[in-house]
Design a protein around this ligand. Structure first.
Ligand SMILES: [Mg+2]
Length: 277
């Protein structure tokens, strides 16, 4: 280990939790799986919401980019539809058999001596199916998904801690329509996740493929890893081309339990990694 590596390790916080997005973060884009997901979303917009096909192509990426998910965007611009119906159409028809067990990732995750939590905008059925197909179902202590933050029975929600009026704005006081659901990249979604999973953001490392989610995560006090890119975007402390590079890029995570808390005032430095899988 050279001087630079030792220096980085000394400055790295002693993380208590690793918080992972699922789609396109733990599960690779290259499978073509998510191309089918995008097609299902577009079909839902045409068949169920009656949006013109050409308009769908135009607004779909804008809604996703602006609101974090296309579903949130559709609701924000006034489309009223059942959440379960949307999820079963978009995710329920996905060819899950395309996904293969990922023994390499499973071993990497199981060997990490830090608690691990999933934080996904997708519905529970999708998250559990993907984790099961990848063989990662035993790697996580908890799953925070769409239903966790948007329960059907509002009596089960800790309403005191959800302020839709103030926080469900995609860009603060941007003038854009409010989102009637809670999802990343809303700050409220992160606040809820911290509370539900008992997470201290200052001792947590967050992995996500979305630059928007990474930006909010950074504002919320998390350290961040942008996955699927070889360069850091705004708010990203690290960049990983693939989650499979995690051990080469962040070997310090495996030493979390042994690391001495000898840095009195840790300062963060950002490294950029580009390691071929
Ligand atoms: Mg994702």
């Amino acid at each position: 280990m050279d001087y630079k590596d030792r220096y980085q390790q000394a400055l790295m916080p002693n993380y208590e939790c690793l918080l992972f997005d699922l789609d396109d973060t733990l599960c690779s884009l290259s499978t073509g799986f998510f191309t089918i997901c995008t097609k299902n979303i577009e079909e839902y917009m045409v068949q169920k919401l009656g949006i013109d096909e050409k308009k769908v192509q135009e607004i779909s990426p804008i809604l996703y980019k602006t609101y974090g998910t296309t579903m949130a965007g559709l609701k924000a611009i006034g489309h009223d539809f059942d959440n379960d119906d949307y999820h079963s159409f978009v995710h329920g028809r996905l060819p899950y058999d395309m996904l293969k067990r990922d023994h390499v990732l499973m071993n990497l995750l199981l060997s990490l001596p830090i608690r691990k939590v999933i934080f996904s905008n997708s519905d529970e059925a999708h998250v559990t199916k993907v984790l099961s197909k990848l063989g990662l179902e035993d790697c996580f202590e908890m799953i925070i998904c769409f239903e966790t933050l948007n329960p059907t029975n509002k009596n089960n929600v800790d309403d005191d801690n959800i302020n839709f009026e103030l926080t469900c704005q995609p860009n603060g006081n941007s003038g854009l329509p409010k989102i009637p659901i809670i999802c990343k990249p809303l700050e409220n979604a992160f606040e809820q996740a911290f509370k539900i999973a008992n997470i201290n953001p200052e001792k947590t490392l967050f992995f996500d493929d979305s630059a928007r989610n990474i930006q909010t995560a950074k504002r919320m006090g998390l350290d961040t890893v942008l996955v699927g890119k070889n360069h850091r975007t705004n708010g990203a402390d690290y960049a990983l081309e693939s989650i499979h590079n995690i051990r080469e890029a962040l070997p310090m995570l495996w030493e979390a339990n042994n690391k001495l808390e000898k840095v009195s005032s840790p300062r963060k430095i950002a490294i950029e990694t580009s390691v071929e899988a």
